[in-house]
Design a protein around this ligand. Structure first.
Ligand code: AMP
Length: 586
């Protein structure tokens, strides 16, 4: 397949914000693609070379790309740099340079998808001495034969900034249009949820049809997309929803870890499917010491503990380990963690995700010897409000965030990748509706004044609208940052700067700076109100208004464990708003 065909698809995707249209464009492309090309184009469309959970990422430094572009187009590096400052995106810069500067040479060979992919693979894997030169050489080789449009997307891919806004669910829509019926979409989604590899699902579909996809199963080594919880704010509501009774577990405040265990080793994955094995050698050792079966996939929360008192410490303590290469062993000693297991998804060759929670729990309990470093989550099956309330108080006393309620009915399977009422979270802050934390996405910022000059004065925050795959503004966030955090924000957000409002952001405000939705911050709000300016859940409570969070404060927690689509949703906010109103009316 020619790379031009894919670049043309990207041009069309770039020109629309409609999810339906995106799915149609992709579907017609998928139908005509060879299986391997299809697989690769799925990864590339999402700005990747491999599934999420592979450690290799595309992300060439801008500087290196600028150098390469300058040499391929015969432009001064400084000119390319200035153009980047103006446009913010090296892809557009490249395309303009090609249009004005570059002559097509007689010797150029048309680019195939396979050639581009292989070159990008080499760019992403070359390491060590001389790697910069070899990266540049690989890239120059394909850029040399590229047209303006092709160069635009190669530059975006290689820097890891595709920004087409094609969510996994849109790719699944497209695959089901191309290869199945509407009713069969679930089969494809399920395959993605248990393998976390959309490229593989696509390739399997085009080779073996739906039957092939049906035979994709949970496997040790392939992370499973996490099951998520809805939230509610009182034991009475939860018990009613759960049909009178259910299991309640401590909700630990740490890092969710999915452990894949087999004879030749243990691998750990985060909730975002990043590999964490290197960060938690102590957890790997604890698992090896306690595990009594042959192979398994289990889930739990890694919680920092005070070795002197045995008490849980705040979540921030584990984040000291993040990204550490040097001094990891000191961090492990200084901030030890306990692995609190709460689920089992696979055991000795058997997929356990379709079993009920109590069966999974029994299997979990019989496959581990518990130790100080590894325990099962505290759990009780309860059916009355008082008992729930007192268990909740015990959880808070023991340093947890609250409780997780879990259905124990015959349908209490592990629903990979989905949020639903089989699990309901009940957190500490929820008791007071006006004092709740939410996880919001930074979509823009306003220039600072006075003491904040040179920094951002406030950030424009958004919730995620799942149905429309858009980000809707709810607040201007300015308080809760200390000087170091302000400086850090500047650095973190710079990587996501774009020239204009991102096409998936709904905002009636004109920010001074815009960002692609990427960074998620935990925010403590005082009140939810109806606002004529903000766009969250627009039109649901009031015809011409959205929801806003008043008096927001940054809690200090950057939710690096959550992607923008895992932030608080507009529907969740709407439910919180309605619950709050109910309280006031009572
Ligand atoms: P939240 O991050 O607020 O959306 O809450 C969901 C998270 O709570 C999960 O992703 C887990 O990391 C965490 N968690 C803590 N304890 C439990 C538990 N017992 N069962 C399930 N999830 C838990």
């Amino acid at each position: 397949m020619l790379f031009r065909d894919l670049a043309d698809v990207y041009e069309r995707l770039d020109a629309t914000t409609s999810r339906l249209e995106m799915a149609d464009i992709l579907a017609s492309f998928f139908k005509g693609a060879e299986p391997l090309d299809l697989r690769r184009s799925i990864y590339l469309t999402q700005g990747q070379l491999y599934p999420d959970y592979y450690p290799q990422k595309l992300g060439m430094a801008d500087k290196l790309l600028i150098k390469t572009l300058a040499s391929v187009t015969g432009t001064k590096e400084q000119t390319v740099q200035e153009a980047q400052l103006k446009e913010g995106d090296l892809g557009s810069v490249a395309s303009h340079l090609y249009e004005t500067k570059r002559q097509t040479t007689l010797f150029s060979e048309p680019l195939t998808l396979s050639r581009v992919y292989t070159a990008l693979e080499k760019v992403s894997t070359s390491e060590g001495g001389g790697s910069q030169d070899s990266k540049m050489k690989q890239l120059a080789d394909i850029l040399h034969d590229a047209s303006a449009v092709e160069a635009k997307y190669i530059c975006r891919m290689v820097t890891g900034k595709m920004r087409l806004g094609v969510a996994s669910m849109t790719v699944i829509d497209a695959l089901s249009i191309a290869f199945a019926t509407k009713e069969e979409r679930d089969v494809i989604e399920r395959a993605f949820n248990v393998t976390s590899d959309l490229g593989m699902v696509g390739e399997t579909l085009s080779r073996g049809g739906l039957e092939g996809v049906r035979s994709l199963h949970v496997q040790v080594g392939n992370p499973i997309r996490a099951m998520l919880a809805e939230r509610m704010s009182s034991p009475a509501e939860i018990l009613e929803r759960m049909g009178g009774g259910c299991a309640f577990e401590y909700k630990y405040d740490g890092v969710r870890v999915q452990a894949h265990i087999e004879a030749n080793g243990v691998k750990l994955f985060s909730r975002r499917l990043e590999e964490l094995t290197g960060q938690f050698p102590d957890v790997v050792a604890a698992i090896k010491a306690s595990f009594t079966a042959k192979s398994a996939i289990v889930e739990g929360e890694c919680v920092p503990i005070d070795i002197n008192t045995g008490e849980f410490l705040p979540f921030q303590e584990v984040s000291h380990r993040r990204g550490r290469k040097h001094g990891l062993s000191e961090a492990v000693e200084e901030y030890p963690v306990r692995f609190c297991l709460f689920d089992l998804l696979f055991l000795d060759g058997k997929d356990m995700t379709d079993e009920t929670i109590l069966k999974r729990r029994a299997a979990l309990s019989s496959s581990f010897r518990t130790t100080d470093q590894l325990k099962l989550s505290e759990m009780r099956v309860l059916d009355n409000e008082d008992a729930v309330q007192s268990f909740f108080m015990e959880a808070i006393r023991d340093g947890c965030e609250g409780l997780m309620a879990k259905s124990i009915g015959p349908d209490s399977v592990y629903r990979a990748g989905s949020r639903g009422f089989l699990w309901i979270k009940y957190k500490k802050e929820y008791r007071s509706e006006l004092n709740d934390t939410v996880d919001l996405v930074v979509v823009g910022a306003f220039a600072g004044r006075g003491k904040r000059k040179g920094f951002y004065g406030a950030l424009l925050m958004a919730t995620y609208n799942e149905a429309e795959d858009r980000f809707e503004t709810v607040s201007k966030l300015g308080s809760g940052f200390d000087d170091a955090e302000l400086a850090e924000m500047l650095k973190t957000l710079e990587q996501h700067r774009i020239a204009d409002r991102h096409h998936q952001v709904s905002s009636n405000m004109q920010a001074d700076y815009w960002f692609e939705p990427a960074v998620v911050l935990e925010v403590l709000g005082a009140e939810i109100t109806v606002s004529p300016i903000h766009t969250a859940a627009f039109g649901t409570v009031k015809k011409d208004g959205g929801l806003a969070i008043r008096f927001p404060r940054f809690t200090g927690k950057v939710r690096t464990d959550k992607g923008p689509r895992e932030a608080t949703t507009s529907t969740e906010l709407l439910n919180m708003y309605r619950q709050q109103l109910k309280k006031i009316e009572e």
